[in-house]
Ligand binder design. Structure first.
Ligand SMILES: Nc1nc2c(ncn2[C@@H]2O[C@H](COP(=O)(O)OP(=O)(O)O)[C@@H](O)[C@H]2O)c(=O)[nH]1
Ligand SMILES: [Mg+2]
Length: 194
């Protein structure tokens, strides 16, 4: 596993707190508990950089991490957390929507999904919204270690179908087993270079 230099650039509750920098940015979005923070931590080989929540849906902030002095990851709050329906909608309109519409250096969205779950309406809306804002989308199916290899490939193909992308568009990842990460890095580098 390669070493990555990472630092927390900013934690933003609103637009005025977005950090200034000259790097391409990639955001991580997904339902609460899908594995966003775990994916970020695993990609940069850190245990607790991005907060893996015991209280999903509690962090209503954007967290910006500078990686290897060449790109920035933005961890966004999970959406669609059952008890927080209204809260989720407010977070979207106050925090995520302006960020996706206005952030000039934002190149793409990593859509983080639990490989065992069919994408829901919120996932499909995020996908559409990213496309509407001209962002590249990389679906990443997390928790692949919970399924056999064959079942994982099948589950990812079903997810791809529901997202209306070819099966090859989806990455299959386990943060626990640290598998699938090289492919995610390759795609992130492509997105950042676009
Ligand atoms: N087995 C397994 N568990 C995972 C994986 N990724 C995340 N998790 C677990 O799923 C839960 C939610 O992960 P987290 O990264 O906090 O999700 P977030 O809410 O999307 O940021 C945590 O208990 C993680 O340890 C994975 O690839 N495999
Ligand atoms: Mg998280």
């Amino acid at each position: 596993m390669q070493y990555h230099a990472v630092k927390l650039l900013a934690t933003a509750a609103n637009e005025t707190q977005w950090p200034e920098h000259a790097f391409p940015e990639v955001m991580f979005a997904g339902r609460s508990n899908a594995g966003k923070s775990s994916l970020i931590n695993t990609l940069v080989n850190r245990k607790n950089l991005a907060y893996t929540g015991k209280t999903p849906g509690k962090t209503r902030l954007l967290n910006f991490f500078e990686v290897d002095e060449q790109l920035v990851f933005c961890d966004s709050p999970g959406y669609g957390y059952a008890v927080g329906g209204r809260d989720t909608a407010e977070t979207f309109s106050a925090l995520i929507d302006p960020y996706m519409r206005k952030r000039a250096q934002l190149k793409g969205m990593i859509l983080v999904l639990d490989i065992r779950r069919t994408p829901n309406e919120d996932d499909l809306l995020m996908m559409e919204y990213a496309r509407a804002n001209h962002l590249a989308v990389l679906p990443v199916c997390m928790k692949a270690d919970k399924l056999s290899r064959g079942a994982g490939i099948q589950a990812a193909a079903k997810i791809a179908k529901s997202l209306q992308v070819p099966p090859s568009a989806c990455c299959i990842v386990s943060a626990t087993a640290k598998t699938g990460l090289d492919e995610v890095w390759n795609r992130i580098e492509q997105i950042a270079a676009e």
